[in-house]
Design a protein around this ligand. Sequence first.
Ligand code: SIN
Length: 301
Amino acid sequence: MNNRTETPYQHITVSPLAGALGAEIGGVDLARPLDDATLAEVRRAFLENLVIFFRDQDLSPEAHKAFARHFGELHVNTYFPTVEGHEDVQLIVKEPSDVKNIGDRWHSDVTYKKQPALGSLLYAKETPAAGGDTMFSNMYLAFESLSEGMREMLRGLDGYHSAKERFQEIVADAAKPNQGGAGFTFQEGFEQEAVHPAIRTHPETGRDALYVNSSFTQRFDGLTVEESQPILKFLFDHVGRPEFTCRFHWTPGSLAFWDNRCAQHYAINDYNGHRRHMNRVTVLGDTPFLASRKDPARVAA
Ligand code: SIN
């Protein structure tokens, strides 16, 4: 079941992109202050569609951040290069000579922190005419479509998430010619590992969603990598089932705002020879929990 209701919108237009998730929002200029009624509808569209898209926006880094701040505190990411003068606006750039991109696997952002990202707001500055799309997948559906036996097993498991493996790989690539990742750094000393329930309850919708991802979840807590790997591999493949997904084609001025608590995304690397420049702002969220556990906060303790 997707999360959409039949209640009409009065202040914005909402055009679903696929059955599972995703909607394009119209009638909003994000560079201007939003009135309360419009903002409330944007918030509802976000929760109902998991990822929302705005076209033809003209957003300075200040305006980008001002819109993001309606949803929470901004995350300063210590790994990504940033826009000059804006330590909380990450640069995601692939040059024409780069053969690798950032984000070409299913993942949710910043799950290596104890309080991971609520959402990410990605703004397109320069895009290839064809290719460079981003896919999104609905983690409520991914969880609900599993067998009862698998759901029950996962409810008892916690995932161990780490930034180290993925970001060290990107930094190592960046040292070689044409591998992308320019400006990425990896430093010890920042919070870079966390344990979260494999199934988390969305704090606003109350629905349970699958919460392991192929960028950062290394294993289940208390199990070895070898023991965890077959189940994680199954789940990482399961996340990408076409019926859970939507796909967005970017044009300059597009903004995507996705809910990392219940959706994953995948940046398709099919545009070698072309430049793609995105600015990303990430909003911090709460500590993940599973409401049906006797002690839902067990992992946070
Ligand atoms: C990301 O993984 O946050 C980047 C997505 C994209 O560049 O499309």
